[in-house]
Design a protein around this ligand. Structure first.
Ligand SMILES: Cc1cc2nc3c(=O)[nH]c(=O)nc-3n(C[C@H](O)[C@H](O)[C@H](O)COP(=O)(O)O)c2cc1C
Length: 163
């Protein structure tokens, strides 16, 4: 049996990514972990139209953004699915900082995202620099907030067929 972890970050008040992550984990019988920044984001921190908002400083300063808590049994998972909102066309820094902090050697890594309209682009390729060389980075996929359990199951079935 493939053991799967869904580790997600969700920032907006609507918690769109969280809703998809919960549906995904429930549908496929995976464990769920929320990536929470050590210093939580306020609404002002996320106002990306303000050049000096925290989100812009972190992005353009390429800053690490540590998260609280730890996945205790990370080594047990065969497949880790990262979920996040697309920020500036890719994964938020807190997600890359999170996955960098674990030994991903030999694991399969996949990702899903929600967005305000951006496509998934090179999200999967960009994650490669944050995981072990021996990790297998699978597809990244964009989901709408009302994605059905059936569509989520089909996506994961496809991931599990990749060796
Ligand atoms: C700092 C920041 C940057 C964002 N950058 C993008 C972007 O490049 N493209 C896009 O389509 N949406 C962008 N968004 C919108 C989010 O991806 C979208 O609202 C997402 O569904 C929110 O998910 P959440 O509720 O889980 O936080 C951005 C949002 C924030 C706060």
């Amino acid at each position: 049996m493939t053991k799967i972890l869904v580790a997600y970050f969700s920032a907006s008040a609507a918690k769109i990514t969280e809703k998809v992550a919960e549906r995904l984990a429930e549908t496929i019988g995976a464990d769920l972990f929320e990536i929470v920044p050590e210093v939580p984001y306020t609404a002002a921190d996320l106002r990306w139209t303000n050049p000096i908002a925290r989100c812009n400083k972190e992005k353009f300063g390429r800053k690490d953004v540590p998260s609280a808590g730890k996945v205790e049994n990370f080594e047990e998972y065969d497949l880790v699915i990262l979920g996040f909102p697309i920020w500036y066309g890719c994964a938020p820094n807190v997600v890359s900082t999170f996955i960098k902090g674990y030994d991903t050697a030999g694991k399969k890594i996949a990702a899903f995202a929600t967005s305000g309209g951006s496509k998934i682009g090179k999200t999967a390729e960009k994650l490669k620099s944050y995981v072990s060389e021996s990790a297998m980075v699978l597809e990244a996929k964009l989901f709408e907030k009302d994605v059905t359990p059936n569509a989520l199951q089909n996506w994961v079935n496809g991931l599990l067929r990749q060796n």
